[in-house]
Every structure is written in structure tokens, then in C-alpha cells.
Write a protein that binds this ligand. Structure first.
Ligand SMILES: Cc1ncc(COP(=O)(O)O)c(C=O)c1O
Length: 484
């Protein structure tokens, strides 16, 4: 066998960066955001510290009203139910309840939260794969609409209704179906396409204990194709007809779940949100079309329930964070793959001199506050106009974890410790999914419509974090007690 006159070099794939031929692919001016609803970002930080979540009450109201108007003008019998899991701070829920939204909850905790906020059971939609018996009993007693997720729950509902002698509880089936969206969220509910949902409906009907009056589906989240809702609405209507024709059941409530996209941009999404996110009108047109298309002559239009979450709250939320340090990210050549033992040519270790470097900033927030950073690219801009060319910058968080990267390749000008950044939109899911981990979660404030800035959640402190901890007595203490 001939030996090669040069050392073997394994093939590698390298990312080719877009050349910045005339200075900067990102332009030469950076955007900034120095006020939120007229309040200077510097004032927020001076009064409440950094990091800080800021919500705009005006944006919450305006967004709700836009969504509601889009549906109301096409399909008046629409009821919004605020999806608590998206953001369950009392002050946020309250804005939507003031606007007329019911509550959509998915756990015992959320059910109790809605009740504590004064929402009557009859205005609560109870979803979720695990509804423990005691809270399910409470919800059934209080007239909440239960959306049954699986056969075990179906039986549990029947048992409770029979034990408690509850009259005509409002029962829906949660179903999943192919509306052209992938992945199909098949973890929840009964399959409509393979007949499982039909079997569940038959089972409920023959049980004779509860009456099925509603159908629910939730297609997923950040759904960019309104046509999927048209398909889903048609399929639910067709199923409702089958239930009427074959079992004599009257379905008076259709729930199309949530999933409307907010103005955030997914990682890897080529076009920015502004160009791809459908309007509420587009979603409303598709859903009302899908229902009205299939309405039989003389049939009353069912109540349409929507549980839209992220599209309602994302844009109202900002995170303010402060630069702690400037860093340079040095890149090393990749290590070669481990050679097969005793086989293959010997390999040279890569040169351990770092090559290129990129800018990085360390900030006082982290991914424990920005769970959605896993999927979305936020808009991150300085809080003041900053001269200089924006360059791709990695934003590191304050957690002592290598995975704590809030966002890479963010176009930012040169910033210094103490400079503030505004991260937007972050109103959906980030707070409800945030972790305390090694830091105190920050304050949350809301700019009220009249310009007041109100604290809606305090910054955590040591006593809050430790309030549920208990210290067991040590053996030495027990011994001392025994001899005392
Ligand atoms: C049953 C149900 N309804 C509504 C929502 C809200 O979805 P979105 O925030 O995408 O509108 C969710 C979120 O996962 C959900 O599981």
C-alpha cells in the first residue's frame, strides 16, 4: 500500500460567515430603546434595580382589544379564556379579566390561582393531563368546564359527578388532529383522526352520567399558518355533526385553544417576525370560516372559546439588564475525531492557539429568566443611543453555567459595564417558567395606562427563597438534648 506524502487531515465543516464587504452587514447605526411607555429606562433601573421586568398595561389592553375585535366582528359568539401558564402574575391576569376574559388553567395551582383572583368556576376552562381528584372534584362542584384528556380522567369525572350528584356539568373532550402542523401535539387528548375521540364520546354517552357538550383542540404554539385553524375548525364541526347524527349530542362549545404567534422570531427563521406573523384578523378569518362553512341550516353557532396566550402578552413584556463585563470569545480549532484503535492514519492534535475572536458581553440577567431564549431570538438593543458600528456579539448571562448564553450574534455597538440593554418581547412564558437557581428573581413592574409605575412582583430575597426549607436537628443536638 502506498503511503501518502502528507499527514491525513480529517474533513471538517466550517460555518461561512456573510462577508461584511462595505463595513458592516448589520448597518452602521444601532437601534436603541430609551423609554418604555414614556418612562425612561434609566429611571426604571434607578428606582427598581437591574435586572428588571417591565410590563406595559397599555399594550396588554390594546392587544386584547385588537384580538377580540378581530373575532367579534366575524364571529360574535367568541369567548377568550386567558391561558394562565403563559403569564400568571395576578396583575397581568387581572388586565385580561377586566377585559372580559375567562381563565384557562392546566393544574391545581392554576385553578386555585384563578379562584383566588375571584374568577367563578363557571368561567374557568380546566385543561391539562393531570387533574388530581380533589381539585377535579372542586372544579366540577364549582361548574368549571372540564376538558377531558384521557380515559382514566373520563372515568374519574364520572365517579365524581355520580358521588356528588352534580347536575349537567359542562364537559368537553380534548382531541388532537392533523391540521397540517408538525409535530402534531399527540401527547394531549384523544385522537380525532383514528377514531379514539369517537370511542371516548361513545363511552361518555353510554355511561349516561355526564353530557358531552364541547370539543377542544390546541394545535401547538407559534403557529404561522392560519389555514391550520380552518382545517381544525372544519374537523371539529364534522365531528360535532357525527355526534349529533349518531348519538343525538348537541355540541354547543368549540374551543380552538391557543397558538397564535407573537412578534418574536424563532432561531433559524429567515424572515423576521414582522414579516411572517399573521394578524389576529387572519386567524379570525380562518377560524370563523372553518366553523361557518360547516354550519347546518338552522343550527345555532356554537360558542367559540380561544385560549390564546403568547400573542396576547409577549409584546407587553421587556427585560432590562445591565452589562457587567466585556469579553472576547476565543475560538479553538475543533479536536479531530478519536481514531479507531490500531487503525487509520495517526492524527495531529489541532493547534491549541485560539484563532478568531468575537465580542461577548456579560450581563446581570441569565437564561433562568429567559426560558424562551431556547427557541426565540429577541430584539436586544442598548437603552441609549450608542455610536459605533454594531458587531455580532454574544450575550452571556450571570449564571455560573456554560449553557447560560442568552443570545449569540446579536448586533450591538461597543458597550461598557453599566450600560443597560432592553430585551423584547419577553412577556410570554419567561416569568412563569423562570427559575431562581443561583440568583434572586428580579422585580417586575407595570407601567399603568395613566403613567404610574407599580411593582407587580417583588424581587426575591434570602428569606423568601428559604421560607420552605427546614433544618433537621443534628445527631449532636439530639444527644445534647438527651443529656440536658
Ligand atoms: C391547552 C393550551 N391552551 C392554550 C395554550 C396557550 O398557547 P399559546 O401561548 O401558544 O397561545 C397552551 C400552551 O401551551 C395550552 O397548552
Amino acid at each position: 500500500m502506498k503511503t501518502l506524502p502528507f499527514a491525513y487531515e480529517p474533513p471538517r465543516i466550517e460555518v461561512l460567515e456573510v462577508g461584511r464587504m462595505n463595513g458592516s452587514a448589520y448597518g452602521t447605526h444601532s437601534e436603541s430603546c430609551d423609554t418604555i411607555d414614556g418612562v425612561p429606562v434609566a429611571d426604571f433601573l434607578a428606582a427598581h434595580g437591574s435586572p428588571l421586568f417591565v410590563f406595559s398595561e397599555r399594550t396588554l389592553h390594546e392587544t386584547y382589544r385588537r384580538a377580540h375585535a378581530a373575532f367579534f366582528k366575524r364571529y360574535p359568539n367568541t369567548q377568550f379564556a386567558w391561558s394562565y401558564k403563559t403569564n400568571y402574575l395576578k396583575a397581568i391576569c387581572n388586565v385580561f379579566h377586566e377585559e372580559g376574559a375567562w381563565a384557562e388553567v392546566v393544574s391545581e395551582f392554576e385553578y386555585q390561582k384563578a379562584r383566588a383572583l375571584g374568577i367563578p368556576g363557571r368561567q374557568i376552562i380546566f385543561n391539562g393531563p393531570h387533574k388530581p381528584r380533589p381539585v377535579l372534584r372542586q372544579a366540577l362542584r364549582e361548574g368549571a368546564r372540564i376538558q377531558i384528556d384521557h380515559f382514566e380522567e373520563l372515568v374519574m369525572v364520572e365517579e365524581i359527578v355520580a358521588e356528588e350528584l352534580i347536575d349537567a356539568p359542562a364537559i368537553s373532550l380534548r382531541v388532537y388532529l392533523d391540521a397540517g402542523i408538525r409535530p402534531v401535539w399527540s401527547k394531549f387528548g384523544f385522537n380525532l383522526d383514528d377514531g379514539e375521540a369517537w370511542r371516548a364520546a361513545q363511552r361518555l354517552h353510554h355511561g349516561g352520567i355526564v353530557k358531552l357538550t364541547g370539543l377542544h383542540t390546541h394545535l401547538g404554539t407559534y403557529i404561522l399558518d392560519p389555514g391550520a385553524y380552518r382545517t381544525a375548525a372544519r374537523k371539529l364541526m364534522a365531528f360535532a355533526k357525527k355526534l349529533k347524527d349518531e348519538l343525538g349530542l348537541e355540541i354547543d362549545t368549540l374551543n380552538l385553544g391557543g397558538g397564535f404567534a407573537s412578534r418574536n422570531t424563532l432561531h433559524g427563521q429567515y424572515l423576521p417576525a414582522e414579516q411572517v406573523v399573521p394578524s389576529f384578523d387572519a386567524y379570525a378569518e380562518a377560524i370563523s370560516d372553518g366553523i361557518l362553512d360547516r354550519l347546518e341550516p338552522g343550527q345555532a353557532a356554537p360558542k367559540l372559546i380561544l385560549e390564546t396566550g403568547r400573542a396576547m402578552v409577549d409584546e407587553a413584556g421587556y427585560l432590562l439588564t445591565t452589562v457587567v463585563a466585556n469579553k472576547v470569545n476565543r475560538l479553538y480549532a475543533d479536536a479531530p475525531p478519536v481514531p479507531l484503535q490500531g487503525k487509520g492514519p495517526s492524527m495531529k492534535l489541532p493547534d491549541s492557539t485560539p484563532t478568531r475572536g468575537s465580542h461577548a458581553l456579560l450581563v446581570d440577567a441569565g437564561v433562568h429568566l429567559l426560558y424562551a431564549a431556547n427557541w426565540y431570538r429577541f430584539k436586544i438593543v442598548p437603552a441609549r443611543k450608542t455610536p459605533g458600528m454594531p458587531t455580532p456579539t454574544t450575550l452571556y448571562g450571570c449564571l455560573c453555567m456554560n449553557i447560560d448564553v442568552i443570545q449569540d450574534a446579536t448586533p450591538l455597538p461597543a458597550l461598557s459595564p453599566g450600560d443597560a440593554l432592553v430585551v423584547h418581547p419577553v412577556g410570554a412564558y419567561n416569568l412563569s417558567q423562570s427559575m431562581q437557581f443561583i440568583a434572586y428573581r428580579p422585580r417586575v413592574v407595570m407601567v399603568m395606562e395613566d403613567g404610574r409605575v407599580e411593582v407587580i412582583r417583588e424581587r426575591e430575597d434570602l428569606s423568601y427563597v428559604e421560607q420552605l426549607e427546614r433544618m433537621p436537628a443534628t445527631r449532636r443536638q439530639l444527644k445534647e438534648l438527651a443529656f440536658a
